[in-house]
Design a protein around this ligand. Sequence first.
Ligand code: M6P
Ligand code: ZN
Length: 197
Amino acid sequence: MTELTSKFKSFSTMFNFETGELDPKGRVVTRKLSHMNKMYLDQDAADALLEENPLIYEVFNVEVPETIAHIQHCVTILYPGKVGDEYFMTKGHYHEVLDRAEIYFCLKGKGQLILQTQDGEFDYIEMIPGSVAYVAPEWAHRTVNTGNEPFVFFAAYPGDAGHDYGGIETEGFVKLSIEKDGEPTIVNNPRYNRDRK
Ligand code: M6P
Ligand code: ZN
């Protein structure tokens, strides 16, 4: 009889429903406006806000190996606010291993999950507490806080997926989520050029 012993141990992390944080916090990624230089459309509004340099989002990453055997998982707190008319958002990324999917589970607040393919196909999903969204392989994903309180969500994805910010950092997504007449509205992004390469 063979005895198999995994070199990894199972464990748990505690989500705090009050603060939105994980305990232990794990590897924390903190993104302020200065970390998202030129990612918002209204550069004058971004420059004006830069002195204050608001915290846009924090990610609490549970630390597991970055291999296909494992499942990366984390909680993101995306704060409410706008740069000009554009809601606070995450940078957004493709996976470095492009065909890796992801699951988002909204815990608090509300927002949108913005999706696109490298061909410029676009989609979005409204997220409220309880929404479980499936990001299919090959789709870039970004979240936007369209509410007045922190938008908090859990995410899980294959361990080897990685993050590819590539062209998203310079030209953004094909469409943007802005506030128009007090309502979240999806508009074309004038900076997006689907013919790049
Ligand atoms: C989610 C996951 C993370 C990601 C985070 C912030 O929690 O998709 O992998 O890091 O959002 O998004 P980004 O990396 O695009 O800034
Ligand atoms: Zn991802």
